[in-house]
Design a protein around this ligand. Sequence first.
Ligand SMILES: *[C@@H]1O[C@H](CO)[C@@H](O)[C@H](O)[C@H]1NC(C)=O
Ligand SMILES: *[C@@H]1O[C@H](CO)[C@@H](O)[C@H](O)[C@H]1NC(C)=O
Ligand SMILES: *[C@@H]1O[C@H](CO)[C@@H](O)[C@H](O)[C@H]1NC(C)=O
Ligand SMILES: *[C@@H]1O[C@H](CO)[C@@H](O)[C@H](O)[C@H]1NC(C)=O
Ligand SMILES: *[C@@H]1O[C@H](CO)[C@@H](O)[C@H](O)[C@H]1NC(C)=O
Ligand SMILES: *[C@@H]1O[C@H](CO)[C@@H](O)[C@H](O)[C@H]1NC(C)=O
Ligand SMILES: *[C@@H]1O[C@H](CO)[C@@H](O)[C@H](O)[C@H]1NC(C)=O
Length: 650
Amino acid sequence: MASLSFILICCILLIISPNILIKAQQPYIRKWNTNCSIRNASTSVLGYACNGVNQTCQAYLTFRSKPPYNTVVSISNLLNANSTQLSQLNSVSETFTFGTGETVLVPARCSCLGQFYQANATYVIQSGDTPFLIANDTFGGLSTCHAIQAERSNLTVNIYPGSRLTVPLRCACPTEKQAAAGVRYLLSYLITWGQYISTISAKFGTDTGLTLEANELSEQDSNIYPFTTLLVPLSNPPSRSQTIAPPPPPATPPPPSSSAPGGGATSGNDHKWVYMIVGVLGGVALTFAIGLCVFWFFFLKRKKMTPPMISSASQSFEATEKPGDKKLDVDEESEFMESLSNIAQSLKVYKFDELKSATKDFSPNCLIKGSVYQGTINGDLVAIKKMHGDVSNEIQLLNTIHHHNLICLSGVCFSDGHWYLVYEFAVNGALSDWIYYNALSSNKSLNWMQRIQIALDVANGLDYLHSYTTPPYVYKNLESSNILLDSDFRAKITNFDLARSAEGQEGHFAMTRHIVGTRGYMSPEYLENGLISTKLDVYGFGVLLLEIVTGKHVSDLCEKVNRNLSEVLCDVLVEENTDKNEKLTDFVDHRLQGNYPLQLAMTVVKLIDGCLDKDPSARPDMNEVSQCLSRILTTSQATDLSLTISVQGR
Ligand SMILES: *[C@@H]1O[C@H](CO)[C@@H](O)[C@H](O)[C@H]1NC(C)=O
Ligand SMILES: *[C@@H]1O[C@H](CO)[C@@H](O)[C@H](O)[C@H]1NC(C)=O
Ligand SMILES: *[C@@H]1O[C@H](CO)[C@@H](O)[C@H](O)[C@H]1NC(C)=O
Ligand SMILES: *[C@@H]1O[C@H](CO)[C@@H](O)[C@H](O)[C@H]1NC(C)=O
Ligand SMILES: *[C@@H]1O[C@H](CO)[C@@H](O)[C@H](O)[C@H]1NC(C)=O
Ligand SMILES: *[C@@H]1O[C@H](CO)[C@@H](O)[C@H](O)[C@H]1NC(C)=O
Ligand SMILES: *[C@@H]1O[C@H](CO)[C@@H](O)[C@H](O)[C@H]1NC(C)=O
């Protein structure tokens, strides 16, 4: 009897021993991330404690794809991950677009900073952001408002739109106990609705008990909440097969290609089978679709689009008849369109008829300018641009980059040898309609703050192109007619057909052609030697800012005085000038009637001067420009406020 109970006790001890013997690891955050004003020190709201064997380690994160962060490139940029590694880890190409809500695996370098582990991401603050929105909505819970605030107070970073913030992502390195159990990596898994620790663990082939311990949880206390991270101990790097099947929870409809064969028939306890079949068939269908698309792209480029040419926005609308015999028949065309939409999932592929009814059959009444039409689709205003030639540059670029200050391409249509690109509509039209002083636009004018905000928006958009895309892009096409204004007079850069990878080769064709178009905006080194770098855009930006501030077209500024641009600024900038303020007032757009802080106007002039420097390397980069403008805007706001108050006080 005694020996029996001894054996029993031994068994019980053996069963529960891991839970008792292995020391607690990292406390689960529970709901402590939701209230930014409570900082409970005994939870992991500030990050996971540095209790690992190593100070630095390879870690993994998961992220839920959500436009604009739904491509390999945009997610890598957001989370500061290596896009090559990210695409390999997820077994997809570097240009892949993930479906909304899909789980994306992200490699991260995790290191101990002070008391907590973190992986650094850099984020450019958008207007309306709060630490909570950044942590929960943008980063999906990979960071917390508490951690962001802690980072900020230590660094005294400005939190106005356009400034950069280091966002500490939650990661951890294995503890000694975990290492002893064969754990080599910790995955910060983002929990979503309706998940359990057991299912998450099973996905990654990890023992549930191990996961519970890693998060200081137990069977009895195993509640987890969406938008928080759960540490999943792994002995091998995670792989895509662990994240794609089963498909993300209810709501999201299954992709069209895979729904037909697998769906419906089976139910209940056979779920695994359904998922497997759907997964396999879906994979086959996807591979097939990608192959088809690649094939068609190649076909189109070869057969229809030769000779490839750089299409220009100012291209006039030509009613040329279709090129003829080699036309795709309707079936092939729709097939191509479907496969395109599989790759570019954020792009809608429109039927030509839809665009026809949106623009009342491309009626002249809907013509905005050149070959751009205004249309209404599902009650939303859109701009539809008809293009010839090779538009893959613009489609590819706009499909991979997403930024509030770059125009959003929402859909495409291909019909009769023409491309139609559908963009978001900017109600207030082009900046060129607003800034120049002439009789036609005399009743249109922008105030000082609107002008600085527009400049800042453009600078942020360019900074994004230069520093947050891989490869970096040079926009090359800066001019006031390529900046559109939305209903709040916030700027969006459009016309990306000339944008080039900063590393790529440049054809002389595009160069000469372009110089004709936008004389005055081009930097000297480009005009003289065809040199292309991001500093080309900085020069163009200097010219644009000059126009914004003076209200005059660059050609008027140069030609009337018959000298080069930087000399135009001399009068204002010469230190000895006693009538400097007078010169400055004369220089700035008269329509502003002195309603701006003189001191700041001078700062703007100095910024323009820096951007127009003959030596490209002496020009600031767009990030510096945007920080400078951001400061000017904040100070202008403060000045404006005090002006209003003092006027009211009188
Ligand atoms: C956060 O906690 C504070 C202090 O307990 C409380 O006053 C506040 O209402 C809470 N805020 C939210 C959004 O729950
Ligand atoms: C902090 O969190 C722990 C664990 O969730 C909880 O037991 C404790 O009561 C919390 N402390 C405070 C002050 O709220
Ligand atoms: C990204 O990872 C690849 C493969 O590991 C490596 O060759 C490349 O140098 C890395 N790029 C950067 C910018 O670290
Ligand atoms: C992360 O950022 C902090 C400051 O924001 C810095 O001190 C630390 O060195 C960075 N860590 C890495 C690995 O770059
Ligand atoms: C956190 O973000 C998600 C979307 O990413 C949203 O559904 C949820 O409501 C947010 N949580 C809170 C408390 O706002
Ligand atoms: C911030 O600074 C305080 C001391 O000034 C330090 O105790 C704390 O660890 C720092 N936080 C981070 C996240 O570096
Ligand atoms: C700690 O670092 C060493 C040397 O880089 C490595 O060999 C070891 O596997 C690491 N341990 C853990 C648990 O990651």
